[in-house]
Design a protein around this ligand. Sequence first.
Ligand SMILES: Nc1nc2c(ncn2[C@@H]2O[C@H](COP(=O)(O)OP(=O)(O)OP(=O)(O)O)[C@@H](O)[C@H]2O)c(=O)[nH]1
Ligand SMILES: [Mg+2]
Length: 664
Amino acid sequence: MLRLLLQNPSFTRVPKSFIRSQSNIALPFLYKLEPKCRSCGIKLQTDDASKPGYFIQPSGTTITGASSNEKKYTKNENQVFEKLSHTLPPEDQELLLSNTFNAGPAQQRENKQQDNVGTVTSSSLNNKGETVHEVLEKIYTVEPDENSHDCIRCRQMTYNSSYEMDSENYPIDQLHHVLHNIPIEAPLVYLFSASDFPMGINPDVFQFRKPQDVYFVMTKTDKLIEKSKEASQNYTRQFIQDYLHIQYKVPRSHVFISSGKNNWSVKQLYHFIPNGAYIIGNTNCGKSTLIKSLLLDEELQRKKDQQLNSKADNVKLPPSLINKMKQKFVSSFLTKIGPGISYLPGFTRDIIPVEVGLKLVYDVPGFNTHFEKMHQLYDSFKSPKDIHRLIKGASTFERGIYKSPYITIRGPQVVNFEGLGFLQLPKGGIYQLRNVTNLQTHVFSDILKTKKILQNGVPRALENKFAIDVSGKTIERDYEKFLVPPFYGTVDLVFENFGYLNLKPVGSKRTNELLKLYLYPGVNAILRDPITNYIAKTFSGKDKHGNVVDKSEYFKKSRFHLIRYKESHPICSQLCPLERKETSEVDEGVDVDMDVDVEQAIRKIRDEEYRRLNEWVREGRQETKRQNRSTMSGNDYGRGLESEYSYNNEYDMDERTKFNFWRE
Ligand SMILES: Nc1nc2c(ncn2[C@@H]2O[C@H](COP(=O)(O)OP(=O)(O)OP(=O)(O)O)[C@@H](O)[C@H]2O)c(=O)[nH]1
Ligand SMILES: [Mg+2]
């Protein structure tokens, strides 16, 4: 039948372009014919356990119809809970679940008995003779579709947290491959995460679709602002709208901010997403979570209606019991219904059609430009718990504002981010570092010390300062080295998927030397103008008369202002990659021959780095010029692209020139 359909698309009303021979476009009707994993979308098979999509068929079932006696997989902690709770008397079980004696089964059973002698209160039982507990249990029970199955990979990950991070089990593709499997006329909803904005937006999408044909949703906004602060939400939405409109001409009405995890504005989101939309975005940005939040909201609305009907059925439902049952229901629903969610990238493996209310949306596998290195990175973590912790991230409103705690670091110290990266500060530089990630920081005295620690093997006492297994690794061989472009004032150093660090130089400026960042392959970072400037009102440095306020009176007299995103300067910059051949012996920490003038050698390295930076900036300008010529548009930031400015030890940077060496 399936073959017949594919050979003869005219059998259906689906346009021809919809079906391509090599594509895995998810058509709902085909989807139902071909058994696929409920959680990741992969085609199920029972032949080869070493191949993707392997599925253990419960005995007495066919692949398309499971029997009801299918063995239920339960999380270990839930198994323990169930076992222990069953040893308790019914009234204690009820107390444990509802924290109330009012409507416990024991009491109600008593009432039931009383009912037999005709003395029951009207609120204990409904017309069918069911207790409150029974009524609620009936409403708040998760009933998975009996035709839905999870493949072995999804089960192992969901219930045992065990995984093998390879490209078959956790495939991560590139944007253009993912788009190839989506019908050209279908609406696209492009999701990106707030925690590493704007790293989650790949402008290549506009090579395949017009800006007015793409809808953008920023998710994980709970990491950036508090839901309760409406003003912050408005500022943030305005900022993202400004950014996408100015940069890419995306209509303002095509931008939405949300949090799939916390179900923010989920009803408005439902209306925002067009019917038939494909939800695309970087791997791990929260696509499946967002779809699930829509599904859950829909289901909870149904439950609410059922609950109201039960009330009419002459039974009183205690709110505390309802809440307990609801919580249990939500966590069970999230595990058993709809697309699977995971902190591991590449979890969704194929397009999954999902019916939400009257709409159909498609969950799509995530993409990432650096897909190969991502596998290397996630394979190098010592424990999945660390990945989970780091993906969880930290909140800007707790860790990234001026009141938040910070550490003071001084060059030539090196900050270790659990082995995922090392930030080397120039001698003489002093910085306050606010850490808006869940990476633990540890400070080494200098780069020589850091290199030696890796070379000689991490000592026991420092093992917990590394989430990555670095045994046998050296900074020279196994890390990628970048120069951080020069900046003036505070900046954010953003780590893809993990959050960002806010760096504030303090004290008088004593060096022009550049910060260096060593990154483990698969860890990507950019430099960004502080995001807090654009999403919240910050100190303007001027009093109510517009006069500049003295630093000592800053907090007392300075007024607040909101910075609007404009075309006049870039908001972020890539880091300048250094090729390995450009590193020198002094820098690499190899003992220096005493005959060599160390000062002179250091100067040489510094000048070489300035040269590399200038060359990289020039390449960037030429690239922008080429793009502008081909598109007859684009940003030149209002400044002459021709103008030659060159960074060196004497360069005097200020507010006006602070973005001169940034390359977007
Ligand atoms: N704080 C927060 N975390 C979220 C949110 N949405 C998703 N996450 C977390 O991000 C991780 C990835 O979520 P998924 O929904 O599996 O991401 P995905 O985009 O479907 O990923 P792939 O299928 O691998 O492409 C999980 O650990 C989620 O709990 C959100 O709105 N807020
Ligand atoms: Mg997914």
